[in-house]
Design a protein around this ligand. Structure first.
Ligand code: 9MR
Length: 729
């Protein structure tokens, strides 16, 4: 029973549709989505049963004997009747409320009360829409299910207070941990081996209140212990950490897992179970086979162009089926940069050659990482506006579904119309930059392909110069992400840098030097990212051999070192050893990639200087991602003891359909996001300290999605880390 003073609790998320279709499913309709702030679904005529089409929400908690009120505002045009249902969402579909509602084109409010028949966490609200004799459009808004008990405050299970890198440490690398404790004095710790024997001991360093986690913490440095082994634990006050390994090869497989993700995300090709496990096998997505409506012959959004393009291939961006040139750009850059590092870095030890991944192209004499990046490069080039058309040479910003689809959904089963969105200067420069990288890196393996890339890059760059301020609209976010960015000075700098590094031509150097970024600060506190790409150009100017005048090259290198020094200073001050300050504003959507990108700058400083402090800082900077954090959670699927596995994804939707797999090993979750940008996180995590603003649930797309630009960061640093195991520090 509810206490008399308690207010009835809202059981639905996003009943106002302010967050698009988030939390809502739809099926059997010919189109559905949010328009004018309402959820609308067009339903075909002649469906046999009311339940043959519907819109609703799953996994609701109902209590036996509690009273509930379902209310909503709805219309149908032309007028028809629908059925509003609250029922058990699984067999035997026990009905709690079933109300036929006559709707008219004019929206009307409705409210129905019922009593819960059983305790369940699997109830659903559904609007059953089938059975009308004519096609009609149903729209609904302000849906509410009030009743039951207020939800229990969410308390994550964080396990042991002793937080370690759950994967492990290099025997010759830094080894640090963080302990959550109210103790104010230094406290003894023991390092215990798998046989239960204490092999090292010492005392903690009290660090006081950590802003990022809201916890009182101490740190432990056990770097001086260098013996290999598995199953070590760190013990404080009788409480043991998760077990971890000390081994040179502890990160070797992470490099290939993080890269293998890209093959499984591929669009336009069947994913072979023989290569990656039968659970990830699927038909080719978006190759023009029914019910797909793309991507071999895709029209523009209305009024944008009158041609159609074959934009098949590429990688699906994330948990959705969209393909976005700006995000494809940074992801491709990072894979190519990961490869290019092996050509110059003193500690690079291969590991990225032909046959190192499980790809259809393996054993073709070309490094697998280049085969994988080429899958996206081909797509990026297909997005270029053909010669003879308006804005020829620019790149369309993105291609995706006209409306958001629900979770889960096999790409090959996506019935939505696909559309090309307008070209943008940002997308065009992403194409120019990555195709220019291609122009130098594939030369040795496929000169004709490298030449094709370079031509596309030059054409794109010239088109961007001619159209320097064509911005993607921030409101063009129905059916896919907006990826808008109204400052493209950094993309210009990055593209000019890549073209210069590939060609050595004066025209690109002139543009580069004229950019405010040439001598400006490009390494933000919060990492580089898809809208902030100047750092990409700077890192390459510092590391890729070129004819850049010696003083300019020195300045570029020094800027990387200076930035790395600042990140190391921050890392020292952060009790979880993050090269990022602990305030809430720094923990934003995709924070894990921002953190890793700072680690990459530190790692690059090591490649440039060979100074151990940078190597140690980079390795230690990854502890957070692999478990040394407020949640005691590894953010990489399959890595560590407690790891993210329910990331938001239409493909890896195990949490919503047990027949589907979890994300593959090596998938990075977006991470803590103090802005709580999705309704599930808003409801569950309100008031969270920054590092607690994460939940491993498929519904939380703003804290727990997978994405190509996040895995590209992981993949780059995993390659660096794997190399450090092979080299003596
Ligand atoms: O990674 C993107 C993040 O920087 C933005 O703040 C966010 C909102 O626009 O979008 C993120 O990208 C998502 C994209 O819009 C759609 N595909 C999934 C991406 C990862 O969540």
């Amino acid at each position: 029973m509810l206490p008399a003073h308690a207010e009835a609790a809202e059981q639905l998320v996003n009943g106002s549709f302010d967050e698009g279709t988030s939390g809502w499913y739809s099926y059997g309709t010919s189109s559905s989505g949010v328009s004018d702030g309402r959820m609308c679904a067009t339903t075909p005529a002649g469906l046999a049963n009311a339940w043959d089409a519907g819109v609703g929400q799953n996994d609701l908690t109902l209590l036996s004997g509690s009273e509930y009120t379902l209310s909503f505002t709805a219309s149908a045009d032309p007028a028809t009747s629908i059925k509003a249902v609250v029922q058990l969402g699984v067999d035997p579909y026990t009905g709690y409320l079933g109300q036929v509602v006559a709707l008219t084109p004019e929206a009307q409010e409705f409210s129905f009360t019922f009593t819960g028949l059983e305790d369940t966490k699997q109830a659903q609200v559904a609007f059953h829409l089938g059975g009308a004799s004519a096609e009609y459009t149903f729209c609904v808004d302000d849906v509410s299910l009030l009743g039951g008990e207020p939800k229990e405050p969410y308390v994550p299970d964080t396990g042991s207070p002793v937080r370690v890198n759950q994967v492990g440490y290099l025997p010759n690398g830094p080894k640090n941990a963080t302990v959550v404790t109210e103790a104010t004095e230094a406290t003894p710790w023991q390092l215990v081996n798998a046989a239960g024997k204490t092999v090292a001991s010492g005392t903690t360093t009290p660090r006081g209140l950590d802003a990022a986690s809201g916890q009182n913490v101490h740190t432990i440095d056990f770097s001086s212990y260098t013996k290999k082994g598995t199953g070590y634990t760190l013990v404080v006050d009788g409480q043991a950490s998760y077990p971890f390994d000390l081994a040179p090869g502890v990160y070797a497989q992470l490099r290939s897992d993080a890269l293998q993700f890209f093959y499984i995300q591929r669009s336009g090709i069947a994913i072979e179970g023989d290569l990656v496990g039968s659970q990830y096998a699927r038909a080719a997505g978006h190759i023009g086979v029914d019910p797909n409506q793309g991507d071999t012959d895709v029209p523009c959004q209305a009024g944008v162009c009158d041609y159609q393009l074959d934009v098949s291939g590429g990688w699906y961006d994330a948990g959705d089926h969209g393909k976005y040139v700006v995000n494809g750009g940074i992801a491709t850059y990072q894979l190519l940069s990961e490869f290019e590092r092996t050509l110059t870095a003193a500690t690079a030890r291969g590991g990225l050659g032909d046959g190192t991944l499980r790809l259809p192209e393996s054993d073709n004499g070309i490094p697998d990482i280049l085969d994988e990046a080429r899958w996206e490069l081909d797509f990026l080039m297909k997005m270029q506006v053909p010669a003879g058309e308006d804005l020829a040479g620019m790149a369309h910003h993105k291609v995706h579904d006209a409306n958001w689809t629900g979770l889960p959904l096999d790409p090959a089963a996506d019935p939505q119309v696909r559309e090309l969105h307008p070209p943008s200067t940002a997308a065009t420069l992403n194409l120019a930059a990555t195709a220019a990288q291609c122009g130098r890196l594939y030369r040795k393996y496929d000169a004709a392909y490298a030449a094709k890339c370079l031509t596309a890059a030059r054409t794109a760059y010239a088109a961007a110069v001619a159209n320097p301020a064509v911005y993607a609209s921030a409101s063009d976010g129905t059916g896919g992400g907006a990826y808008s960015d109204n400052d493209v000075s950094d993309e210009f700098y990055w593209a000019a840098a890549e073209l210069y590094l590939t060609t050595g031509e004066q025209q690109y150097l002139t543009d580069l030097k004229a950019s405010k970024h040439f001598s400006g600060e490009v390494f933000a506190t919060t990492g580089f990212s898809w809208p902030s790409t100047a750092a990409l150009g700077r890192l390459d100017l510092a590391t890729v051999p070129s004819k850049l005048p010696a003083a300019d090259r020195k300045a570029a290198r020094q800027s990387v070192i200076t930035a790395a020094d600042a990140y190391l200073a921050t890392q020292k001050a952060e009790a979880y050893a993050l090269p990022m300050p602990g305030s809430a504003s720094n923990y934003f959507w995709g924070s894990n990639s921002a953190i890793i990108n700072n680690v990459i700058v530190i790692a690059t400083a090591y490649d440039l200087t060979k100074k151990a402090a940078y190597r140690n800082g980079a390795l230690q900077g990854m502890d957070y991602v692999l478990g040394r954090n407020a949640l005691n959670q590894s953010y990489v699927t399959g890595w560590g003891d407690k790891y993210s596995q329910n990331q938001h994804s239409r493909m890896y939707g195990h949490q919503s359909n047990a027949a589907l797999p979890n994300p593959p090993a090596g998938s990075l979750a977006g991470g803590a996001n103090a802005s709580l940008d999705d309704p599930f996180a808003q409801q569950l995590l309100a008031g969270c300290a920054p590092q607690f603003c994460y939940v491993d649930d498929i519904q939380s797309y703003a804290t727990n999605e997978v994405a190509i630009n996040w895995n590209s960061a992981l993949s780059w640093i995993a390659s660096f880390m794997a190399d450090q195991g092979v080299v003596r520090g």
